[in-house]
Design a protein. Sequence first.
Length: 87
Amino acid sequence: SPIKEIPLLLIDLREAIVAAHQCVMGCKAISKQFEVYHSTVRKIIHKWKTFKTVANLPRSGHPSKFTPRSDGRIAKNLLCWLTPEVK
């Protein structure tokens, strides 16, 4: 596949994507030029428009105490505990 999967794009590449966007290039053209997904380009541009930066930002808010996986496990245990045994 010609498109690269990069977990975290380098800040230089993000800045180049924003510069290309400021030169009135479209998301598809930018994604083809830099070989990244167009959704990634859109996210970078949205982040730049919102925060005026392309650097990694800290997460907002407190992390959840329970994950969806642990929520399911707790619900399953409760269901088994509350359901009467059929003999």
